[in-house]
Design a protein around this ligand. Structure first.
Ligand code: GMT
Length: 386
């Protein structure tokens, strides 16, 4: 198959999943063109995978960004030049709309040659942005008109039906990771470096520091943890809330027990040195950071929201508390950090869960089969209409 994979390049779960899927599809022998405004941060070159930059020139006439037009135009060009079979839009806003436009433009001259469109819903494209009344009509239409639609969790599929009134079938295909890469590889240099101040435990948080991640609650939980455990907190990632939180951590006297280390490429080394991951998000349609931690045997303490219960079984493969329950999350964290047997049991069960259901070898064939289904439905449609 020839596939155009459309995603945001900025650090975020949808870009990670799209890049990993593009990579995995190329490894399986498909021709894949990753289409984005910049090289996505998880990009690695591989045979069969190419990068196409979205051309959206900056004219002084416009004060408004013209990303949708530039993207649709790029999709038409790439689909035409490469003879794409599938345009796969990751994150509905505005990628599903751009794919719809590109399909319409290409089908106007040759319906048989126009690629079929697939949209993968990731989370905030529905729960925060897409269902906002200023976007909902166009987003809902673009989802209904996609030839195939997937959601990364059952919870997100239900949210999409509820908030946008979507009637069409939405296939749930969970997120995945490369289980050969994401496995615990004990890293004494990172651990020794970060625990050098006499800390017994290493707690981590990984996110893009947006309000929905509630990173302030990570500090609230950690303040309670450190009353009982000599723990260090490392916050990995970057985003709009980071600088205010750094000021807050300094003002509240966390001192060297809390460090912000920004974006990190080598998450496996960090996770391999960690004892616990905190994820107190207000909403999380899937929770890639939780899956990455689980694959590295790191117990997760998270909020019971969105798709997290589909990933984390409370008390078995991690712990879930009501969103905002910082006392509950702190109590579970202290239990994990002070009871080595519990930590090992949860970490191993989490790893088994990740390896059984969320490795690329399990999930990627489901996308491949779905592409085939969508292409077959298109062939049948052309046959009947012709
Ligand atoms: O909202 C974000 O944190 C970014 C967003 C994205 O698309 O990059 O993340 C969403 O998609 C991820 C990949 O499918 C999921 O793992 C995240 O749970 C989801 N975020 C939220 O629902 C808040």
């Amino acid at each position: 198959m020839k596939i155009g994979m459309i995603c945001y390049a900025s650090v975020g779960g949808s870009g990670v999943v799209a890049t990993e899927l593009a990579h995995a599809m190329a490894l399986r022998g498909h021709e894949v063109h990753l289409i984005s405004s910049e090289l996505p941060f998880r990009w690695r070159p591989i045979r069969g995978l190419s990068f196409e930059r979205v051309q959206a020139p900056d004219y002084p006439l416009f004060r408004e960004p013209q990303y949708l037009l530039g993207l649709a135009n790029t999709l038409v060009r790439v689909a035409h030049e490469r003879g794409l079979d599938i345009l796969h839009a990751h994150y509905a806003v505005p990628h599903a709309t751009a794919a719809y436009l590109a399909h319409q433009i290409l089908a106007a001259s040759d319906p048989a040659q126009a690629p079929r469109t697939v949209t993968t819903l990731h989370g905030t494209d529905i729960t925060l942005v897409g269902s906002d009344p200023s976007y909902a009509g166009v987003v809902g239409f673009s989802i209904e008109e996609s030839h195939g639609v997937t959601a990364v969790s059952e919870s997100l599929r239900d949210d999409t039906v509820r908030s946008l009134g979507i009637k069409r079938d939405i296939r749930v295909i969970a997120n995945f990771l490369d289980c050969d890469d994401f496995r615990r590889q004990p890293n004494s240099s990172i651990r020794d470096h970060w625990c050098a101040g006499g800390w017994d435990s290493l707690v981590v948080h990984i996110s893009n520091f947006r309000p929905v991640k509630q990173v302030g609650q990570v500090l609230d939980i950690f303040a309670r943890i450190r009353q009982q455990v000599a723990a260090k907190l490392v916050l990995i990632g970057d985003g709009p809330d980071r600088s205010a939180l750094e000021h807050r951590a300094a003002a509240e006297g966390f001192g060297e027990s809390v460090e912000f280390v920004g974006e990190q490429l080598d998450l496996v080394s960090w996770l391999s040195a960690a004892d616990l991951l905190l994820l107190p998000s207000a909403q999380e349609s899937f929770g890639m950071a939780a899956l990455e931690a689980m694959a590295c045997e790191v117990p997760v303490v998270a909020s019971r929201v969105g798709g997290l219960p589909e990933l984390v079984e409370d008390g078995v493969t991690g712990f879930l508390c009501a969103p905002g329950d910082v006392d509950g999350m702190a109590a579970r964290s202290v239990a994990v950090l002070t009871d080595e047997a519990l930590r090992a049991r949860i970490g191993q069960a989490a790893c088994l869960r990740a390896r059984t259901s969320f490795c690329s070898g399990v999930v990627v064939p489901r996308y491949e089969a779905y592409y085939e289904e969508v292409l077959e439905a298109g062939r049948r449609g052309l046959l009947y209409s012709g």
